[in-house]
Design a protein around this ligand. Structure first.
Ligand SMILES: Cc1ncc(COP(=O)(O)O)c(C=O)c1O
Length: 390
């Protein structure tokens, strides 16, 4: 039977990057003392009041179809939260609830791009972007973030890369995998170029609440108009990856198109899930500050154990739940390092190469285990490192 061309475009090469993770899970299932730091799924439980809100909703019969844009009461609390960090008011009409940020990214690709449009992305980048943005036949123009310069955005190169076919710039701040954040100068430069060349700016902010040393993108301070579209979710900030709650903040006209698309393929999130999401927003500052302090302690523990044991770490992530370690100094490739680390020291990490050229020679370590396990994993990494350096 014949499949559509789309099936080829979405068959991501990134899938192979996960082999090491699945191998680690097999080892753990076989009883080996493996520390799995290869995945970005929080180990924390979704806070109890959020779970209770879903149970109450379910018991009250919230099991029917819902508004394809998202229930009005959920969109109102999201709009209030979005308004709190912007210069302009965001209305509930501008919010479209999606099944996680992932669904939001795909929906935006469908509503904003045509075949042969060019989309500027920055590597290292989140693995699914490739399939998402090329799903519509768009072409990716990949620019390198600079590891020797704290993963800074190459503004001049960005300027040179824009041509008549360019339609959008995609930003991910805080970044997965690096944990670097866009600064105000880079953000203003992107906005200025987007205005000058009439481009969409798609900002993936799923780690926006897990910031440690630097403030997240200040939308209140920038000249933001309908070309700036943001995507966020409760996955990371509220340990709710499996609930699939995300949203897009857009102009009312784009929100209407996204709602039409949701009518075609999502048809609304379960109402009891949306009730849980409302509870997540009611107590948002409490949940988020707790999660932030947990990840901050983990980050600090990872950094200090590595450094105290002689592992050179040039960049400390300012946000998010990952740390990138440059292993080129060991003489091994990142794949060799990660494979041997798993087999000999029982720690699984992802190979940076999967996130793009500038991440080659790095491994990505996640903070999704408790502090004691992270300390133990970092000392195993340091032991391996020091053995290689003998
Ligand atoms: C940068 C980035 N964007 C989007 C997603 C997808 O998040 P969600 O669970 O909200 O779909 C992830 C998940 O790891 C991510 O790292």
């Amino acid at each position: 039977m014949k499949y559509s061309k789309l099936t080829e475009r979405i068959a991501s090469e990134g899938a192979a990057a996960w082999d090491i993770h699945y191998r680690a899970l097999e080892k753990a299932a076989a009883g080996e003392n493996v520390i799995v730091l290869s995945v970005g799924d929080p180990d924390l439980d979704t806070p109890a009041p959020i779970r209770d809100a879903a149970i109450t909703g379910l018991s009250a019969g919230q099991t029917h179809y819902t508004d394809c844009q998202g229930e009005a009461d959920l969109r109102s609390v999201i709009a209030a939260w979005e308004t709190s960090r912007r210069a302009n008011n965001v209305s509930a009409q501008q919010i479209v609830v999606q099944a996680g940020a992932q669904c939001g990214l795909y929906s935006l690709a469908q509503c904003l791009l045509e075949a042969d449009d060019e989309v500027i992305v920055f590597e290292p980048m989140y693995i699914t972007y490739e399939a998402v943005f090329t799903s519509v036949g768009a072409k990716l123009t990949k620019l390198n973030l600079d590891p020797e310069n704290d993963w800074a955005l190459p503004v001049e190169q960005l300027q040179r890369s824009i041509n008549s076919r360019t339609r959008a710039i995609v930003l991910n701040t805080p970044n997965n995998p690096t944990g670097a954040m866009l600064n105000a100068t880079e953000w203003q430069a992107v906005l200025e170029l987007a205005h000058r060349h009439d481009l969409w700016v798609i900002v993936d902010e799923v780690y926006s609440e897990l910031t440690y040393d630097q403030a997240h993108l200040d939308l209140a301070d920038s000249l933001v108009d309908e070309r700036v579209v943001t995507i966020n979710s409760l996955s990371k900030s509220h340990a709710m990856t499996g609930w699939r709650v995300g949203w897009i903040t857009a102009s009312e006209s784009l929100a209407a198109h996204l709602t039409n698309l949701a009518l075609c393929m999502l048809y609304g999130l379960p109402k009891f899930v949306q009730s849980a999401a409302i509870e997540a927003f009611v107590n948002h500052p409490n949940y988020v500050s707790e999660a932030r302090s947990i990840y901050l302690r983990r980050r600090n523990a990872a950094v200090s154990v590595l450094r105290d044991n002689g592992v050179p770490l040039s960049f400390v992530p300012s946000a998010g739940m990952f740390l990138m370690l440059d292993v080129r100094g060991t003489g091994l490739s990142a794949t060799e390092f990660a494979e041997q680390l798993l087999d000999r020291y029982g720690v699984s990490v992802l190979v940076g190469d999967a996130f793009g050229e500038p991440a080659r020679g790095h491994i990505r370590i996640s903070f999704c285990l408790n502090e004691a396990r992270i300390r133990e994993a970092m000392s195993r990494i340091a032991q391996f490192w020091n053995e290689l350096s003998l």
